[in-house]
Design a protein around this ligand. Sequence first.
Ligand code: ZN
Length: 239
Amino acid sequence: MGVERPEIKRAKLPPPLDPALRRLETAFERLGPLPRADIFSQPSGPHRDCFSAKKIVNMFFAGATKEELAHMAGCGLCSLKLSRYAQLTEQALPEMVTQGLLARVKGLFVPRQQARAAYCGALLHISEPVIGINPASDPTLDFSCDLVVGVEGDLPKIDGPSIQVSGPICATGATVGSTVLAGKKLLRVRFEKAHVAEYVRREVKKHASVSDTLVIRGHLEESSDLDFQGQATVEFTSK
Ligand SMILES: [Zn+2]
């Protein structure tokens, strides 16, 4: 007669979006109630395509589409939610920084104040997220993307030389202009001769396409201690 073993319950790992959603909900609560009147002041009442918390997290993770930017331009409530999420990333950074082993080691040498540089989330829009490359020849390309840094108010000035793009494309220093998309003024950032990462060219040679996350970061010109960071998914195919 065998001893009955207690059933071992394994904790399921939460999906990666969960902590971000929890932080978003906490920030919404901490920053005070959302003005519900805004919902009702819209001519057609609550919009059917208003952003859910999950959608907002995804916009900062995978990039914003033209349709999402158009909705943001016309909906005060969604703009406010996005703005609050962008501010929230500033608070979330120290938490993320302390997670990695390398960051912890670095933390031993970097004064605490310095490690907690202020940081805000930026929405990244890539109008042509499928990029054709010739993996056998030129490893560089000219690349532009649009950025929403600071959802409310005027466009902030960003410091072109400080802008870096990393991931499947790498470059430092960009030309900054502006553009209007779906009624929303955006910063247009252009990189010349950005380097396509070796792994992307290798994968494109083998497969039809490869997707990865592009990260863009830089400093705000007016307040040099404030950084921004945005990211979006891009796909590379052979041309
Ligand atoms: Zn909305």
